[in-house]
Design a protein. Structure first.
Length: 433
């Protein structure tokens, strides 16, 4: 949402952008974003118009340059019929983001704060630009005026109330469980969410409160259960600049996504500890240090894409009304390639650049664009993004489906699909390529 807003503001200023966010607060969580070359290109273009505000750009890239990820050791156990048949310890490895890895790492809340600062530093924030605790309900389109009337529910300490806002273009960046997507889908429901029966736990720990001897002892612990092809993974990533440790763990689950989403933070930590009860004591001690307030839990899932269609068209819009989806609302994908956030930012800058080109060609502002011109902008976005996104989505799903083993890593997958990863990383916005 923020990336799209900053992109629109910087590419089309002056423009009135209003953000209605379902969350009631913006707080630090354990989510760590991997920024790959394509994501970096998207961010550079999103912040590109802030050249006079060099502090904002420097802040972002200084954070990225100073982040390092340490993986001290990996414990691998082959478990079959309840017995440990093989146990190995992989030698300690320290690696920074320089050199081999094409990605950089940043805490999600850090990027969130940087984008907010970008809006503020460029004087792009209108009063009440961001409204928290506002859940989208429905919309209607006035064909005579070309305007959308969107209805939201606001949750406040004084109670809930609904309100309606009018806009020229309604952008849905409300995630894989989008409430807008079913309303614009021609099928009436849109693509279904597919669950992979795996749960992801994330949390953020203040490094100052952690015994420095624990981290080298743990590194990453991985248990592969060959009998069921289901693995438990526990990883630590130490972010030196932020003085924090992110903890990411995955395990199989029989709970439905609806059940997991309803866990409160303390319950998530308790279930996390239960899932890894057979891990080393240091792992359990570290789980106990995870603040419930930073806990983030969700299931591994994606939006289903028709496998029978070689070139399926995703649900970007209904083709008739000035409403468009971006990000996970269109192409929610598995985290196996670490591309979710990167592709979302690609959408953001692509939409903003295409819209800027439309207004420049029409020699008018976005408010004065005709309905036909707004719809042409949406069609151009779909044309520019659809094929690429489908390929990334399918590759991400294929990687998630690969049997977990010590030799089946992302690195091996990259080596076998070199041409794809070249296309993935060498991306530039269609509007400037």
């Amino acid at each position: 949402v923020l990336a799209t807003s900053v992109a629109l503001k910087t590419q089309l200023s002056p423009i009135n952008v209003k953000i209605y966010e379902r969350a009631t607060s913006l707080k630090p969580t354990g989510a760590l974003l991997s920024l790959f070359p394509n994501g970096m290109t998207a961010l550079q273009n999103i912040l590109g118009s802030l050249q006079t505000k060099s502090e904002t750009k420097a802040t972002l890239f200084d954070v990225l340059n100073q982040q390092s990820v340490s993986s001290q050791c990996t414990i691998i156990k082959q478990v079959q019929e309840g017995k440990v048949t093989d146990e190995r310890v992989v030698k300690s490895v320290d690696k920074s983001n320089e050199g081999k890895s094409p990605g950089r790492f940043i805490l999600w809340y850090q990027l969130q704060n940087i984008l907010l600062e970008a809006l503020e530093s460029a004087s792009l924030v209108d009063e009440n630009c961001i409204s928290l605790g506002c859940e989208f309900q429905s919309y209607s389109f006035d064909n005579s005026t070309g305007f959308i009337h969107a209805t939201f529910k606001s949750r406040t300490d004084m109670g809930d109330f609904t309100f309606t806002k009018t806009c020229k273009l309604l952008i849905g960046a409300d995630g894989i469980r989008s409430t807008l997507r079913p309303l614009i889908s021609r099928s009436g429901s849109g693509p279904q969410i597919r669950s992979y029966k795996r749960i992801i736990f994330r949390a953020l720990i203040d490094a100052n409160g952690v015994d420095p001897e624990i981290i080298p002892r743990i590194g990453a612990a991985v248990v592969y259960k060959s009998a069921t092809n289901v693995g438990q993974i526990f990883k630590l990533q130490s972010c030196s600049e932020a003085k924090t440790i992110t903890v990411t763990a995955t395990a199989s689950t029989e709970d439905t996504e609806e059940v997991v989403r309803q866990w409160h933070s303390t319950e998530a930590i308790s279930n996390w500890r239960k899932a890894f009860s057979d891990f080393p004591t240091d792992v359990l001690d570290l789980i106990d240090l995870c603040p419930p307030s930073s806990a983030y839990t969700n299931c591994v899932s994606d939006l289903q894409i028709d496998d029978k269609d070689q070139s399926p068209t995703l649900c970007w819009s209904n083709g008739d009304e000035p409403v468009v989806l971006v990000g996970d609302a269109v192409h929610g994908m598995t985290p196996s390639l670490g591309q979710g956030g990167n592709v979302c930012m690609e959408d953001a800058i692509e939409l903003a650049m295409i819209m800027r080109r439309t207004t420049k060609t029409a020699d008018t502002s976005i408010v004065d664009l005709t309905h036909a011109q707004v719809m042409e902008t949406i069609r151009r976005l779909q044309s520019a993004r659809n094929g690429r996104v489908v390929e990334i989505h399918r590759s991400s799903r294929n990687q998630a489906s690969i049997k977990l083993s010590a030799d089946s890593s992302l690195k091996n997958y990259q080596e076998k699909n070199e041409a794809f990863f070249r296309r993935l990383y060498e991306w530039t916005p269609t509007s400037i390529s």
